[in-house]
Design a protein around this ligand. Structure first.
Ligand code: NI
Length: 209
């Protein structure tokens, strides 16, 4: 009886460690131009899933709120010195370009920003930050657990980078821009350093515009 309990415990531990390892070794940490594997060929990567977060007005938002529309999703944080604001600005410009060309995007694509730094990015911080980007940007935060669950669903890596010499810490994080379909499943992604034109062109293809 006792031995069996130990074996169950060890198997459980192995499963946990395996999961943690898989999570930590995913590619695409900010600053690299790594691509996700298997975009072509071996099926759609399992990216996306249910989440429950708060938008910049303090309203609870879940995946269901976006049903029927595409989501352009980026995970980052408001204290990010360069990559995040650049990526969000590129997303905004891409949507503006596409809107100018085709119109009627508001019912089709929702730009979404999810923080990986909920300790500093509370609702008011996200509201102030969202002002700098696309007027329809939905800026989401939540508890540590809610953010961890959303990041795990989207296969997003993030970690606090401790630097005792800095007054404000940085976060390491993946920086793909994901395009999710109207049913909430993964459609494709863009690198954080893609140009607004490249993203607009890509969206045209994905949205069949
Ligand atoms: Ni960043």
């Amino acid at each position: 009886m006792h031995k069996r309990a130990i074996i169950i415990f060890l198997v459980g531990l192995l499963v946990l460690l395996g999961g943690a390892a898989a999570f930590h070794f995913l590619p695409g940490i900010e600053g690299t131009s790594a691509r996700l594997p298997s975009q072509a060929g071996s099926g759609t990567p399992e990216i996306g899933g249910a989440f429950e977060l708060l938008d910049q007005t303090g309203e609870t938002r879940t995946q269901a709120d976006f049903a029927g529309r595409h989501m352009l999703v980026y995970f980052g944080y408001t204290y990010c010195p360069d990559v995040c604001p650049t990526s969000l600005s590129i997303m905004s410009q891409a949507l503006d370009l596409l809107e100018a060309e085709t119109g009627g995007l508001e019912d089709r694509v929702v730009p979404v920003f999810v923080t990986v730094d909920p300790a500093r990015d509370d609702v008011p911080a996200m509201a102030a930050y969202a002002e700098h980007f696309h007027p329809r940007l939905v800026a989401l935060t939540g508890s540590d657990q809610q953010i961890a669950a959303a990041a795990e669903a989207y296969r997003v890596y993030y970690r606090k980078a401790e630097d005792p010499s800095a007054t404000e810490y940085l976060m390491d994080h993946s920086s793909f821009i994901y395009l999710m379909g109207p049913d909430g499943t993964y459609v494709g992604h863009f690198a954080h350093n893609a140009s607004p034109q490249e993203i607009a062109e890509g969206l045209k293809g994905f949205l069949d515009l």
